[in-house]
Design a protein around this ligand. Structure first.
Ligand SMILES: [Zn+2]
Length: 498
């Protein structure tokens, strides 16, 4: 049974889909006017793992994640750049897709854009006006009346009375209550981005788009709604209010899931604000240029999705180091199982028996952890335990020589981790090559210089000039390079201490 923490009820609840075997999931996506940074990617990754795990457990998931392509921030940016706003947003949707693809984040089944759902938005606003939940103000804006919405505040725990007292900024005179929010912003100038509606020309406010697009693609009621913890209020509170008042059906989404924030921290662990003006925004593409993308995935899943995630370069480097060990283990499994020389467990050293015990119990432990509110941190800890055992086994010559049967169950463990976490999904050769190139570049070192030294050693060996070969070997060792001699010549990688 899968259990999920529901922000709405503040409890961990069993997942009971409205239609048995099927899950509808809506996740709030990005406002597309800039590149995706590692904070955005955390939310994308959290729900990527949710979808992968639900699918692995046999549920048919319909995953909807929107792009907000009509927004003041996009309009302002487009004006600065002198391009039409929908051209700018289309460009950043393409950039976002490329960034998320590079991190192995699965694309949603439907990626709706508000600019393509204006009729649905207008119909919903008409229903809200018709039922007395919304009103057209003197300036042409349409507002949602929170006082006319029973249960408003149930997601965030806020009270309507407190919102009036708490309103410190000058209250918009067009609003009946300071907590009322815009469903539609009047756009009287014909050349500005806007659409005609029965209640006047304008464009949608932010919240209404998710209500309208969720209803279109998942129905008026569905199973799971997700997003970052910062969206609880006002965005998700307002989505619930709009959707439940417009349809008359409660609940809009049964379970509300929220991922914790990623914060940048300095070397001392103190939080640092990530902002354009400080020039310290860490974009996905910056990370993927420096390390294999799986290192970032590993860093994300190593923390529970609801917990805050402090990010630092050190944390990323640590994740890369762990990933190296994962691939060393993978290499051992491929080699030993591929060679196929086995022996009864009783005849093998302790390290082989230990690996066998951990590998045969792994999938059940992994599933139990993930079924309990997607506890990826616990699930990956079980995997690291297995990886350490495989690497002890790998260093044990006797175990390695005849350990194929002992190690074979580990193949399934790697397959499950690749399927749900997207980690250890590459061949070890491909991984180490990518890690090598990125590490060398990151450290400002020359791949060509190492290639030349390796060639020098090979030439010397061919000429039986052992002194010269040895000198090259010593130089390579000093630079932390491991050379592997194979039938097709020598390859090298940056040494990993397993
Ligand atoms: Zn939303």
């Amino acid at each position: 049974m899968i259990r999920i923490y529901n922000t709405l009820t503040r409890t961990v609840e069993p997942l009971e889909p409205l239609v048995p075997g099927e899950v509808g999931l809506y996740v709030c996506g990005m406002t597309v006017y800039d590149h995706c940074h590692i904070g955005h990617a955390r939310a994308m990754m959290a729900f990527d793992v949710v979808v992968r795990h639900l699918r692995r457990r046999g549920l048919r998931v319909k995953f909807v994640r929107n792009h907000t392509d009509v927004d003041d921030k996009i309009l302002n940016r487009a004006q600065e750049l002198g391009v039409p706003p929908l051209v700018l947003s289309a460009q950043f949707i393409a950039e976002l897709d490329a960034d998320l693809d590079a991190v192995g984040i699965l694309r949603p089944d439907v990626a709706p854009q508000v600019s393509e759902h204006i009729p649905e938005v207008i119909t919903m606003i008409e229903a809200l006006i018709g039922k007395g939940h919304a009103y057209v103000a003197a300036n042409g804006d349409v507002y949602f009346s929170i006082e006319r919405c029973p249960g408003y505040g149930k997601l965030s725990g806020r009270k309507i009375e407190d919102m009036r007292e708490g309103a410190r900024v000058a209250v918009d005179p067009h609003k009946r209550h300071p907590g009322d929010f815009a469903l539609w912003k009047a756009v009287p100038v014909a050349t500005d981005l806007g659409w005609e509606a029965s209640f006047g020309r304008g464009r949608p406010g932010w919240h209404i788009e998710c209500s309208a697009m969720a209803a279109r693609h998942l129905g008026e009621q569905f199973d799971l709604h997700g997003g970052g913890i910062d969206l609880v209020f006002p965005h998700h509170e307002n989505e619930i209010a709009q959707s439940e008042c417009a349809s008359g059906h409660r609940p809009f989404a049964k379970v509300w899931m929220h991922n914790g924030h990623l914060t940048l921290v300095d070397a001392a662990g103190e939080p640092v604000k990530m902002s354009k003006s400080l020039g310290n925004v860490v974009r996905i593409r910056d990370i993927v240029a420096r390390v294999p993308a799986e290192a970032l995935r590993l860093m994300y899943v190593d923390t529970h999705y609801r917990s805050p995630l402090p990010f630092s370069d050190q944390k990323l480097a640590d994740a890369l180091g762990v990933l190296d060990r994962v691939y060393i283990a993978r290499e051992t499994v491929d080699e030993v199982v591929g060679r196929g020389v086995g022996a009864p467990l009783a005849a093998l050293p302790d390290s082989a028996r230990e690996v066998h015990a951990l590998a045969t119990s792994f999938v059940a432990k992994f599933e139990a952890a993930m079924d309990e509110d997607f506890n990826s941190a616990a699930a990956i800890a079980h995997f690291f335990e297995l990886v350490r055992a495989i690497n002890r086994f790998g260093n044990d010559k006797k175990a390695r020589a005849r350990g194929a049967d002992a190690l074979r169950p580990a193949l399934e463990c790697f397959a499950v981790v690749a399927e749900v976490f997207g980690i250890a999904a590459l061949s070890p050769a491909a991984y180490f090559e990518e890690a090598k190139v990125k590490r060398m570049r990151e450290q400002g070192r020359s791949i060509e210089a190492i290639d030349a030294l390796v060639a020098e050693r090979a030439e010397a060996r061919a000429a039986k000039d052992w002194a010269r070969a040895d000198a090259a070997r010593v130089q390579l060792e000093e630079q932390g390079i491991t050379v592997m001699d194979g039938p097709e010549g020598s390859t090298w990688r940056v040494r990993v201490d397993a």
